[in-house]
Write a protein of this length. Structure first.
Length: 167
């Protein structure tokens, strides 16, 4: 999506995801789609590094790779469960602003029953001329921070025991 502006990138990404959510396909097929989407359009390595925080520096390369993989699996599993309850929602991009490090796109998930829309802010960076989602903030809550498995261990885990996050 190198030729696409940030708003169109998010619109295309969001509508593709909603299409799969609505599709009559097996849950495993939907999970495979979301793994592919995360790998292609999200900065999972950067998000994993952010989530692990200072422990990233002391983790070995195999630990970092395992954490990235587990973090991605966790995101797919959690959001697959949440999105399973979506029926007829639509994504509406409401704004976009660009800066030197990327862009922020604002949007809303419009509910078909007329409930209040869900505000979604997409933080985008660029890698090799392509947009990558670095965070999604849903109703003011960061996807990266709110979905940290065992996040309560961040303050108490010894720095040399990074593997505690991999459980």
């Amino acid at each position: 999506m190198a030729d696409t502006g940030p708003a169109e990138f998010v619109r295309t990404l969001g509508n593709a995801a909603l299409g799969v959510i609505r599709a009559d396909m097996a849950p495993a097929q939907k999970e495979n789609f979301f793994h592919q989407l995360l790998q292609q359009d999200f900065d999972i390595p950067g998000m994993a590094r952010f989530v692990l925080g200072p422990y990233w520096r002391v983790a070995s390369e195999p630990q970092k790779e395992e954490f990235r993989r587990l973090f991605e699996d966790y995101i797919v599993r959690i959001y697959s469960q949440r999105f399973a309850h979506y029926h007829g929602e639509a994504l509406e991009v409401t704004g976009s602003r660009s800066g030197p490090g990327g862009a922020i796109v604002t949007s809303e998930i419009v509910r078909p029953a007329g409930g209040p829309p869900i505000k979604v802010e997409w933080r985008l960076g660029t890698q090799d001329g392509l947009y990558k989602v670095s965070d999604v903030i849903i109703d003011g809550i960061s996807m990266g921070l709110s979905n940290v498995p065992n996040s309560h261990r961040l303050s108490s885990a010894p720095a040399d025991k990074c593997k505690v996050f991999l459980r």
